[in-house]
Design a protein. Structure first.
Length: 218
């Protein structure tokens, strides 16, 4: 059953209060709407969300009409999922930021098809072989490559460990925060429903919350 706008608004407020109980710093909230219907996306925007996050390029394309509407009203759309190079074309003109960039070939395609879009470079700070993101040592080269292609690197993004181990999560987020500071990048995009407090404690400036606001995904 889809949630009412007032319920979504209340849950956004609850997450915001949870963040504010940990830190007084301004932290952007990305409401993750992947697998939810276009109507839910519209309701999330009506509930006051400033940024929504989508994970699948085909789904962004299928939601193009509502995405156009909410972007025209000032809501930002961020792509946060793993992105294949041949799917970049599906996002052109529909997203404001791609927060999962991790290799030169993807940067090249973004520069070609989406000039002016902002990106976050995804860092694999846990070393898990099945997790997206570049290794920390590769970050300087990716930043330089982005600059050479005229792509604006706004910040870094990371996903916590698959195990959910709090100690490993904290170490990973701390490492990404240190890398962002070292490279003078303003956005530190890490933290989801299950590791929100640790992320905020470790310097996140942007968190991605889905289930705590919209419930289980379809």
């Amino acid at each position: 059953m889809e949630l009412s706008v007032s319920t979504i608004r209340g849950r956004i407020s609850a997450v915001t209060q949870q963040i504010e109980s940990v830190s007084s710093r301004p932290i952007d909230l990305v409401v993750v709407t992947k697998t939810h219907s276009p109507e839910v996306v519209r309701d999330v925007a009506a509930a006051g969300a400033q940024i929504i996050g989508e994970n699948y390029a085909q789904e962004v394309r299928d939601k193009a009409a509502v995405i156009d509407d909410i972007r025209s009203s000032g809501v930002e759309v961020q792509f946060i999922g793993q992105l294949q190079t041949n799917k970049v074309r599906l996002l052109a003109g529909l997203v404001d930021c791609i927060a999962s960039v991790d290799r030169p070939s993807l940067i090249d395609e973004i520069a070609k098809r989406m000039p002016g879009v902002r990106i976050h470079l995804q860092v694999n700070a846990t070393g898990e072989v099945n997790k997206g993101g570049c290794l920390p040592d590769a970050l300087p080269q990716l930043i330089e490559h982005s600059s050479d292609r005229g792509v604006v690197v706004e910040g870094l993004m990371a996903v916590g460990p698959t195990s959910g181990d709090p100690h490993v999560t904290r170490q990973a987020f701390r490492r990404v925060g240190e890398l962002a500071l070292a490279h003078d990048l303003a956005v530190r995009n890490y933290g989801m429903s299950g590791d929100l407090q640790i992320a905020v404690e470790e310097g996140s400036t942007m968190v991605r919350i889905g289930s705590a606001i919209l419930g289980s995904r379809n």
